[in-house]
Design a protein around this ligand. Structure first.
Ligand code: H53
Length: 827
């Protein structure tokens, strides 16, 4: 019988359940889905169809393991972890799922028989860009590790119809295009169309007294939107354990539709539907700069309300008393974005379950844990009180009551510091009042953690110092980590293979095993093999750059890479000033013996962030000038890769020599890109900031190039009165660079184009101390170039970076959260 006929395929599925399918039936499953799920002729399916069918075939396997995992959690009656995040950046799923399920080879074979390669088919996937940058990507690394550790955990977020915008570079400038990621179909998820929770906004609070004489609060009026669950599966690495990431999509409430329709206002009903469903329409594209818009507050509450209903429903099934709630559940707040969960749980307990306030608060403060990810003042979330009252009137009342009791306690504990109350209050008083979400999160949680040792110290010593004095036991550190499955095994298969050949596979679930590579660092043979793999990766990236940007680069040149969100504190500007410095040295003396370099930039700027977008434009203008200057030739190339995202990061990390981590000291909470580069054998040039400092401790200072002011020096300098002009006046190379930019050297058609960038440095205080760090950066760059000339030395450094990255596995981070914060164990 022809194996592509429906009969043959259906027969195959009946005789074998997906979990136990022999390898050769993956192909049959693909063809089955091509026909029955996608409705296409399975005689000669195209690549996109095959990709979707393969995804569906894998989803079959994932859902079975997920059900089994859920049953195990129920059976053990485990304490559950709920990880709430407004952002997740999972990246493409196909390869990760194949690796976790151990089906890579089978998939390759099946696809070969169908006339495709895995690379081609994987290229069809459009990643869900449901996050902006570090925070969202961290959440996804953490889900991967929670699954690897078999933790009884659930990720909760929003299924934005449009994720982070697609970035194009047109005439050197960023242009934003909507990211319609759902257009390609939803092959990885299950939409639970019959599983919805109502979420209520607006309205007014009615106070009344019930028969028992209790004061009650009821929300009246307002409007209701439904939250529909969409589940995506996160498999653990070859452990048959699968977690779900439950993303909520907004759906218009049926009742409202009907009432409109009944009054004959058909168009009104449809308009209402569209308005409601707008809630989950788009991710706000600001990283570390809250937008403060009503829709964003509604998104936050939408996530929180639907999730809390889900949690309570699951808890109720157990039939135990409410005081057991914190023993059975822990709710983790990824930043303050979901912090309305605290007043929402209070509302459920006090208004609906009729618990006394004290009891409810006792439960609350034992349930929530909060991670802070930033100390930038402009990134600390606050909401205008008026807006809060309009959208969530009952929650504002509850926040006021939490605050009243909290300030009462503070007054008793610190009677001699009257100013303290205003400083720690949940409400900022001034011309306008604001709700301070970080204060709410700290007061309502039993644990507050920073994301690197350095950052956690800053939290305790400065931004939250007064809270640290009030609640010292709450503060702790959990240094970020990254998953080695995606950030080495998947993105760099040849290096992963070379490692495995020498030390076995244990590193995949115990990254400290990479230490076993250290003895090979001196072996000439291994160094050679290592550098060959790296060179091949660099060749591949060169091909990609040629195809995308039309620029030819030398694979042997030093790849100096700066990819991350564009933000002034991350100092892409410092980097480009150095690029121009090298350019000037070549112009002066083409035989100066400069090490050939390729500077690669990538990253998105928030659409409303003028300066960040302008810096992108400057980089592209400088790149154009340098790349077309015949005096430069192969010595220097500058490339801006558009639309930096997880998929692109996976191409770049394995091909990088030098990783730029050059934020102003004290401003980057942790960074996680720094870890991904180093794990793949790149050497870091960086400041004493975030997790760079711990990386230094692990890899040793001969294997990493640190430079620049320390965070306390940044503070001191600012206090003493920082004058950026002195650096301009005393450093002639720097002066030349700034004069070229402001004089229009890179913008001959519009000489004033970049003047304001130089102004911000010279005349507006240089907030990020670019000029103060310029010289030490340029010196360190020279050290890096010199080191690169000694290729065996570079190989050794590169290997030692990889070998010593074990600590930075997200498995280690999640293990610490589970043990020290959550009090949960693997199922
Ligand atoms: O979170 C990362 C850190 C990084 C920090 C980043 C972050 C966001 O991406 C968005 C908002 C926010 O408050 C912080 O900038 O340093 O590595 C994960 O912790």
């Amino acid at each position: 019988m022809d194996s592509t006929t429906p009969e043959a395929l259906a027969g195959m599925r009946e005789t074998a359940s997906p979990a136990t399918l022999p390898a050769d039936t993956l192909k049959a499953d693909i063809l089955w889905h091509v026909l029955y799920s996608l409705g296409r002729d399975n005689e000669r399916p195209d690549r996109q169809t095959v990709f979707r069918a393969l995804a569906l075939a894998l989803r079959d396997r994932l859902v079975e393991k997920w059900i089994a995992s859920q049953r195990a959690i129920y059976a053990k009656s485990s304490k559950r972890v709920y990880y709430l995040s407004l952002e997740f950046l999972p990246g493409p799923f196909l390869r990760q799922n194949l690796i976790a399920l151990g089906l890579e080879k089978e998939a390759r074979d099946a696809l070969t028989e169908l006339g495709f390669t895995l690379d081609d088919v994987a290229g069809e996937e459009w990643e869900p860009g449901l996050g902006n940058g570090g925070l969202g990507r961290l959440a996804s690394c953490y889900l991967d590790s929670m699954a690897a550790l078999r933790l009884p955990a659930y990720g909760y977020g929003i299924r934005y119809a449009f994720g982070i915008f697609h970035q194009l570079i047109r005439d050197g400038q960023q242009v934003e295009r909507a990211d319609n990621w759902l257009r390609g179909g939803q092959h990885w998820e299950f939409e639970r169309t019959h599983y919805m929770h109502p979420v209520r906004f607006y309205g007014s609070v009615r106070e009344w007294v019930d028969e028992q004489g209790r004061l009650r609060h009821t929300l009246e009026g307002g409007s209701t939107v439904m939250a529909m669950a969409c589940d995506m599966f996160i498999p653990g690495y070859r452990n048959d354990y699968v977690l779900n990431m439950r993303l909520w999509a907004a759906k218009s409430s049926r009742e409202f539709e009907f009432s409109f329709f009944n009054t004959g206002d058909y168009i009104g009903a449809v308009e209402k539907k569209i308005r409601d469903e707008n809630i989950s329409m788009v991710l706000y594209p600001n990283d570390e700069a809250p937008e403060g818009k009503e829709l964003r507050l509604k998104q936050q509450f939408f996530l929180v309300s639907a999730t809390m209903q889900d949690i309570v429903r699951r808890f109720r099934k157990k039939g135990v008393a409410w005081d057991q709630f914190p023993r059975k559940n822990v709710i983790h707040l990824n930043e303050t974005h979901p912090a309305v969960a605290i007043p929402e749980l209070m509302r459920l307990l006090v208004d609906e379950e009729l618990l006394p306030w004290e009891e409810a608060w006792y439960i609350c403060v034992r349930t929530f844990a909060y991670t802070n990810h930033t100390v930038l003042p402009e990134a600390l979330e606050v909401w205008p009180e008026e807006l809060f009252r309009k959208v969530l009137p009952r929650h504002l009342q509850i926040i006021y009551e939490i605050n009243r009791r909290f300030l009462h306690d503070v007054r008793r504990q610190f009677p001699h510091d009257p100013g303290l109350l205003a400083r720690v209050s949940l409400i900022h008083e001034g011309e306008q009042r604001f709700v301070r979400m970080s204060h709410l999160a700290i007061v309502g949680s039993f644990s507050v953690n920073g994301v690197s040792a350095h950052h956690s110290n800053i939290i305790k010593e400065s931004i939250f110092n007064e809270f640290y004095k009030i609640f010292p036991e709450r503060f702790n550190n959990k240094t970020n980590g990254i998953t080695p499955r995606r950030w080495l095994r998947q993105c760099n298969p040849t290096l992963a293979w070379l490692i495995t050949e020498h030390i076995g596979t244990e590193w995949l679930t115990d990254l400290e095993q990479l230490k076993k590579l250290e003895p090979y660092a001196e072996s000439a043979g291994f160094q050679k093999a290592w550098m060959e793999v790296r060179l091949r990766n660099k060749q591949k990236l060169a091909e990609y750059i040629h195809a995308k940007n039309g620029i030819t680069i030398l694979p042997e040149s030093l790849y100096d890479v700066h990819v991350k969100r564009f933000h002034e504190y991350k100092r892409q500007l410092l980097n480009i000033l150095h690029v121009i410095t090298l350019y000037n040295r070549i112009r002066r003396d083409p035989d100066a013996g400069i090490v050939p370099r390729t500077f690669i930039f990538g990253g998105k700027a928030a659409p409303g962030y003028y300066m960040a977008k302008h810096i992108i434009q400057l980089i592209n203008a400088v790149g154009y000038t340098i790349n077309t200057d015949p005096r430069v030739g192969d010595m220097l190339k500058v490339v801006f890769l558009q639309n930096y995202c997880v998929t692109l990061a996976e191409r770049i990390m394995p091909a990088t020599d030098l990783s730029e981590q050059i934020s102003t000291a004290g401003m980057e909470a942790s960074g996680t890109g720094n870890m991904k580069f180093a794990l793949n054998g790149a050497i870091t040039i960086g400041t004493h900031d975030g997790a760079n400092i711990e990386m230094l401790e692990h890899v040793g200072d001969e294997n990493l190039f640190l430079f620049g002011l320390l965070s306390h020096e940044v503070e001191d300098l600012r206090r003493q009165g920082y004058n950026p002009r002195t650096f301009y006046e005393t450093d002639s190379e720097l002066r030349e660079v700034l004069d070229m930019i402001s004089g229009g050297y890179f913008s001959p058609g519009d000489p004033h184009m970049f003047r304001d960038i130089v102004e911000s440095l010279l005349n507006h205080g240089d907030r990020y101390m670019v000029l103060a760090d310029f010289r030490s950066y340029a010196y360190r760059q020279q050290d890096a170039a010199r080191a690169y000339l000694d290729q065996p030395g570079w190989a050794r450094r590169s290997m030692l970076n990889t070998a010593r990255m074990g600590f930075f596995s997200s498995d280690r981070s999640m293990g610490e959260y589970a043990r020290d914060i959550w009090g949960v164990e693997g199922v």
